[in-house]
Design a protein around this ligand. Structure first.
Ligand code: 0O2
Length: 226
């Protein structure tokens, strides 16, 4: 944590020194709520994957990972947006405190699995950003969905937001490397490097489309043989 980050977290927790323990307890309790929401959604994907792989003989989901945003990243994001850093602001203004990444085999698996989740009656879809149909300027592709899921505690039911990022293995490969290079070096923003990265993203998207085409041809041949 650098000095500026330390100051942001200090501002978040200790403006009112008398209440610091109460604040920390409330913050921890909010984070428990997010981690329970993540568990609920992960289980839903695991169930879908098990069922779909039994029916189709292949796994539509390659891997699922999750994270809870670190306190310093939460405080930084609120500050960046000019929002007073309060507990209320975390749950009302941030959609990505709880995050899940679902890596699928093929592009059509993304839409199928996302749609199956969206149709579950305890899930409310709050927002969709389809960076597959409309990639970001730098070439980033992924399907983002913000959902609300109820988390049942001993005396309350709390609707909690989770950000889900759906990607193919290929999109994930590009995004992970792009993120690590951008994170480490300012020079990753140079126009020539940005253009090369974008070109890689396009090659990857074309390969994703060809792989889907190959799978469909194999499926068609297999159903002709039956
Ligand atoms: P981290 O460390 O991944 O959590 P919103 O949250 O909807 O209010 P935001 O943050 O602009 O606004 O949302 P958006 O566009 O849906 O993107 C959120 C996340 O998508 C990012 O989280 C990244 O994980 C991923 N992402 C978006 N654009 C890119 C990109 O160009 N490259 C890569 N590699 N990932 C991207 P964070 O907040 O950056 O952090």
């Amino acid at each position: 944590m650098d000095r500026e980050q330390k100051e942001i977290v200090q501002e978040f927790f200790s403006n009112d020194a008398e209440n610091i323990f109460e604040k920390i307890e409330k913050f921890s309790s909010l984070m428990i709520r997010y981690s329970c929401a993540v568990r609920e959604i992960r289980t839903k994907f695991e169930v879908l994957n098990e069922e779909l792989s039994f029916r189709a003989g292949r796994n539509p989901i390659e891997s699922i990972s999750s994270r809870i945003k670190k306190p310093v990243s939460i405080a930084e994001k609120l500050k960046r947006r000019g929002i007073e850093p309060t507990l209320e602001a975390i749950s009302s203004s941030l959609n990505d405190v709880a995050g899940i990444r679902v890596v699928c085999s093929f592009i059509d698996d993304i839409y199928r699995v996302a749609d199956m989740l969206a149709k579950q009656d305890d899930i409310t879809v709050v927002q969709i950003k389809d960076y597959i149909k409309k990639p970001k300027q730098n070439g980033y592709r992924s399907y983002h969905m913000i959902v609300e899921v109820p988390v049942f505690f001993s005396e309350s039911k709390l609707l909690t937001r989770v950000e889900i990022q759906f990607r193919t293995v290929a999109m994930d490969f590009w995004a992970s490397l792009e993120h690590s290079m951008k994170y480490k070096k300012q020079s990753a923003d140079r126009p020539d490097i940005a253009a090369e990265l974008k070109s890689c993203a396009e090659t990857i998207a074309a390969t994703d489309a060809r792989m889907l085409g190959i799978r469909k041809r194999i499926e068609a041949l297999e159903s002709e043989e039956k």
